[in-house]
Structures are given as structure tokens and as C-alpha cells.
Design a protein around this ligand. Structure first.
Ligand SMILES: Cc1cc2nc3c(=O)[nH]c(=O)nc-3n(C[C@H](O)[C@H](O)[C@H](O)COP(=O)(O)OP(=O)(O)OC[C@H]3O[C@@H](n4cnc5c(N)ncnc54)[C@H](O)[C@@H]3O)c2cc1C
Ligand code: SF4
Length: 510
């Protein structure tokens, strides 16, 4: 037999480099659902079902196209439980001359596959810059600022460009992207996709094999084929993108998606293509259906942030996984898994995460991420949580966002200052505080919003480090101006609150 093509669960793209190299008449594609990948973090049930259902549908599509396929299901009695084990089983049966695989999106798996004799890793061409290109861009720069990277990517891809100038006159319209939706505005409803027989079989498998995992499996309405993911994409472009920019940072109780795309899960698994998506957003702007702040803001997330975090991941792994610049050691509180907290903002973010395997960026960054930052929770444990609970979570994108952007544990590689905020920010951007048991305007005492005193306790704990940070300097000076009595009050409130946190059980705490 000629070649064996190992196709991973997040490589469900027709134009994948390994498939492009292969010959459907001679080569065999290997896909495998394995316990090791399903269990190395306690994935949300919906995420497991999404990945397995999308894999099975993709396999079916390959068969229809005429590919020869070897597909191991999770409950096949012969399943060895690991991708390398499945490769070796296939090698023993098929005796291929060569094994091909497109680069995996995770350092751990890359190490494992790189050690397999006869296996060639091919570049993942679904990204707009490869790790070597990013390394070259980063070389010699003291700080990796996304904004400069993003401008270079705009020039490189010609997205939103007029000659050598940015379309509309500015590179970045973030200043127009901080509105809150006025009462009465309703966000579009996400399209729902009825599970077919293949998906229903997967749902039954997940329920049976992962009964104790976090998250609601039902209702399950995610797209699991490219055609349906494209319907979700078109729905977003027509109905939500026009207001994406204006309300990008807003949060509303019980409204998980607002005007966000809810497309990262389809991009990251390979059902949608990032460059194609950006081009379509640009077309909407050029046709006058979408304002520039929405089109540019959306394209920046994909062209800038998405590509940049991947570059940072491959540049700094494996050390990045252990980064803990602020020496945060607290265990993850149980409410990250139960939602059982009086903090209305955190409760809403966790509850909708449990229901949908989704929360939008500001909830991830400024609610659950901000709390973990202020409370000093161990970054690795926070990483495991984010990696487990979101349907779009793969290590190359989740880890830099969690360890770098949300927790500042990389000491400033991802951002020049921590994204720390008191309750006033959450109050300004959301409607959570009105219904919360805590009072956002109170700064001290048992009824005060915990974000208020935890914020200052965080600044005080890292005072010396932040005093050296240009952007944190004014905040440190505000702290220094406080009386000793006020500082003692902050310490006491914070200690009372933090000491009362119930840690999650050991299964969830590393
Ligand atoms: C702590 C934390 C953990 C995160 N974990 C993940 C993760 O596991 N997987 C993931 O894809 N994103 C992650 N993000 C980034 C971002 O929150 C999600 O991409 C976004 O919420 C997905 O929802 P959406 O498709 O509605 O995105 P939108 O808000 O509509 O944005 C459009 C697209 O831009 C891209 N994007 C936006 N922000 C980022 C970013 N910071 N990094 C990379 N891509 C971005 C996504 O592909 C997204 O689909 C994380 C952010 C934080 C703060
Ligand atoms: S008062 Fe504080 S804890 Fe309550 S919702 Fe507002 S920010 Fe969150």
C-alpha cells in the first residue's frame, strides 16, 4: 500500500495539506476517536459530541468522494485508546510506505507524532502565517504587540486595503466598539441544526461514556457539516455582523451570543476557512451592508488575534504551559463547575457555558478570567477549565488567551498590562449588577462587590512589579495614596472572601 493519511479531529477541511498530497485511488485515510484525546481534560459533553459528530460526517463525505477510509470509533473493542496506538494498528494491518499528517494544533500531540517512525508532518496551510513566519516577525522585537502584527497581516493579505492605506482611513476602529445595546434591541437567534441519525448516535455515545462530564448535552443544535457551518456563517454575516462592532464588548444576562459570530468552533475544527470568512466580511462592508467598525473589528479578531495567539503558542511552547509570572497558587473554586456563587456575572457566564459550551470573549476575559486573575488562581488549573468547557477550545488558541491575555501569567508577552477590572467595568458593560446580591457601588464590607476589593488587593499584592509597568503606574500611585486603614480594609475583605471559597474537587484541580 502506498500511504496512510492520519487525519485529526480538528482537521476537517477539504483542502487540508495531507489530503492535497494524497491519492484517493491508492492511499488510505485514518481517523480515530480515542480515549486519550477525549479525556486528557474533562471536556464539556457538547464539545465531545460536536467533535465526534463532525468527524463522522467528514468521514462520510470523504467516502462519498471516493476515499478509502479506516475509521476507529470510540467504542470499537479493538480501539487502542491513543492516536499513536491507532497509527500502529493501522500500520500493522496496511503496511504503508509512508504516513502523512498535517501538523497538529497542540505541542503534546506534535511531540508524540514527531516520534513516530516514517511519519511526515506537513504544514497546516489553513492559517495565514506559519509558525516560522511568525517567529521571523517576532525576532528582535522587545514586545509583540498585536496591533503591529495585524497591520502587517492586512498588508500581506490585502484585506481592507486601499493601495497601501487602510480602507476607511484607519487601521483600527476599536474606539467605536464599546457601546451597550439600548433596551429593546434584540440579538439575532442562532440557526439551529436538527441532529441526524449520525449525530444522534454520537449523542447517545457521549451520554453513555461521559455521564459525569460538565455541561448539558441537550438540546444539541450545532452544525456538524461544512454545509451547515456555512449556513451559520451566512446567518452571522447577514444578521449579526452589522452590529458586531458596536456591541462587541457588551454583556447581557441570559443572552450568550449577542452580536458575536459563534463561529470559532467551526473555524477551529476546519469546517470554515478564516481567509474566506474575512473576505466575505469585507464584501459586506464594500456593499454598504455593514459599517467599517464592524467589518474591521471582526477581521481584526481573526487576522490579528487568532493568528497572533497561534504564533505565540508555537514560539513559546512548551515553557508557556508552566508560565506563572504572578505566582498565583490558589485552587480553582468549585463554582467554576457548578455556577453556585452569589456573583451574578460569574454565575451567568458559568451557567451559559454549561448550557452552550460557549461564552463570548468579554465574559471569558472580563468575568471568569478577571476573577481568576484577581483571586490569584493557578494559571494551569484555569487553563484546564477553559480548555474543557468551550466547544472552540484547542490548546494553540485557548492557552495564550488564558495564560497570557486573561491571567498575565506570561509576564507580558500577550499584553502590556493585565486585563484587571473592578465591578465598575462589569457594571458599565452589562446588566448583571442590578440583579446581584452584591452592591457594585459599595467598596467595602460583606455586601460590597467582590471585584471592587479584590481588584485593589491584586494591585497591592503585585505593587512592586506593577510600579515598573508604564501602563500600571497611575494605578499603583492611586493605591499609594490610600490611607493605611483603607488598605487594611481591602486586605481584610479580600481575605474573608477568598478564604471562604470552596475549592473544586481534586478531579478538577490537577
Ligand atoms: C480566557 C480566554 C479563553 C479563550 N479560549 C478560546 C478558545 O479556546 N478558542 C477560541 O477560538 N478562542 C478562545 N478565546 C478567544 C475568544 O474569546 C473566542 O474566539 C470567541 O469568544 C469565540 O466566539 P465567537 O466565534 O462568537 O467570536 P467573535 O467574538 O464573534 O469573534 C470572531 C472570531 O474572531 C476570532 N477571535 C476573536 N478573539 C480571539 C482571540 N482572542 N483569540 C483567537 N481568536 C479570536 C475567533 O475565531 C472568532 O470566531 C478565548 C479568550 C479568552 C479571554
Ligand atoms: S455587583 Fe459585582 S459580582 Fe455582582 S454582578 Fe456586578 S460586578 Fe458581578
Amino acid at each position: 500500500m502506498a500511504r496512510l493519511i492520519l487525519l485529526l479531529g480538528d482537521q476537517l477541511s477539504a483542502g487540508l495539506s495531507s489530503l492535497a498530497e494524497a491519492d484517493p485511488a491508492e492511499d488510505v485515510v485514518l481517523m480515530a476517536e480515542v480515549a486519550e484525546e477525549a479525556g486528557y481534560v474533562p471536556h464539556h459533553k457538547k464539545k465531545l459530541a460536536f467533535v465526534f459528530a463532525a468527524m463522522r460526517h467528514f468521514a462520510e463525505a470523504l467516502r462519498v468522494e471516493g476515499w478509502q477510509l479506516r475509521y476507529t470509533r470510540l467504542d470499537d473493542p479493538e480501539n487502542s485508546g491513543s492516536l499513536v496506538g491507532e497509527l500502529e494498528r493501522a500500520r500493522a494491518g496496511l503496511a504503508p510506505d509512508e504516513i502523512l499528517c498535517t501538523e497538529p494544533g497542540e505541542w503534546r500531540l506534535r511531540q508524540a507524532l514527531a516520534a513516530v517512525p516514517g511519519l511526515t508532518l506537513l504544514p497546516d496551510t489553513r492559517f495565514l502565517i506559519d509558525p516560522a513566519g511568525f517567529r521571523a516577525w517576532a525576532q528582535g522585537r522587545r514586545q509583540l504587540r498585536m496591533e503591529y502584527f495585524y497591520r502587517d497581516m492586512r498588508r500581506r493579505t490585502r484585506l481592507l486595503m486601499e493601495g497601501d492605506k487602510p480602507a476607511g482611513g484607519e487601521w483600527n476602529y476599536d474606539h467605536d466598539n464599546r457601546g451597550t445595546p439600548p433596551p429593546g434591541i434584540t440579538a439575532p437567534t442562532l440557526p439551529a441544526f436538527e441532529p441526524d441519525a449520525i449525530t444522534r448516535e454520537v449523542l447517545e455515545l457521549v451520554e453513555r461514556r461521559f455521564p459525569d462530564n460538565f455541561g448539558d448535552l441537550h438540546p444539541f443544535a450545532l452544525a456538524v457539516t461544512r454545509a451547515d457551518a456555512e449556513k451559520a456563517r451566512d446567518h452571522f454575516l447577514a444578521h449579526a455582523l452589522p452590529r458586531f462592532g458596536d456591541y462587541q464588548d457588551a454583556m447581557r444576562l441570559g443572552a450568550p451570543v449577542l452580536f458575536h459570530a459563534h463561529l470559532a468552533l467551526y473555524l477551529n475544527i476546519g469546517l470554515l476557512d478564516p481567509l474566506d470568512l474575512c473576505r466575505r466580511a469585507e464584501v459586506e462592508w464594500r456593499a454598504g451592508r455593514v459599517p467599517i467598525n464592524s467589518a474591521e473589528g471582526f477581521i481584526r479578531q481573526i487576522l490579528g488575534w487568532r493568528e497572533c495567539v497561534r504564533g505565540i503558542y508555537w514560539l513559546h511552547m512548551p515553557r508557556y504551559a508552566e508560565a506563572n509570572a504572578l505566582e498565583a497558587r490558589r485552587p480553582l473554586p468549585e463554582f467554576y463547575w457548578t455556577g453556585d456563587t452569589d456573583m451574578a456575572c460569574v454565575r451567568d457566564a458559568v451557567e451559559q457555558t454549561r448550557a452552550h459550551a460557549y461564552a463570548h470573549h468579554i465574559q471569558r476575559l472580563m468575568v471568569t478570567g478577571n476573577f481568576a486573575l484577581l483571586a490569584g488562581i493557578d494559571p494551569y488549573l484555569v487553563h484546564v477549565w477553559y480548555m474543557a468547557v468551550y466547544a472552540d477550545a484547542y490548546e494553540w488558541v485557548e492557552m495564550p488567551n488564558t495564560i497570557g491575555m486573561a491571567l498575565f501569567a506570561d509576564g507580558g508577552i500577550m499584553g502590556s498590562k493585565p486585563y484587571a477590572a473592578s465591578g465598575a467595568y462589569i457594571d458599565r458593560m452589562s446588566d448583571y449588577c442590578a440583579g446581584c446580591r452584591y452592591k457594585v457601588k459599595l467598596k467595602a464590607g460583606p455586601d460590597a462587590c467582590p471585584f471592587n476589593y479584590l481588584y485593589w488587593d491584586f494591585v497591592a499584592r503585585h505593587r512592586d512589579r506593577f510600579a515598573r509597568n508604564q501602563r500600571m503606574g497611575p494605578i499603583v500611585r492611586n493605591l499609594d495614596r490610600m490611607t493605611e486603614a483603607r488598605k487594611a480594609e481591602i486586605r481584610a475583605d479580600s481575605a474573608r472572601f477568598l478564604d471562604a471559597l470552596v475549592p473544586a474537587g481534586s478531579r478538577w484541580n490537577g
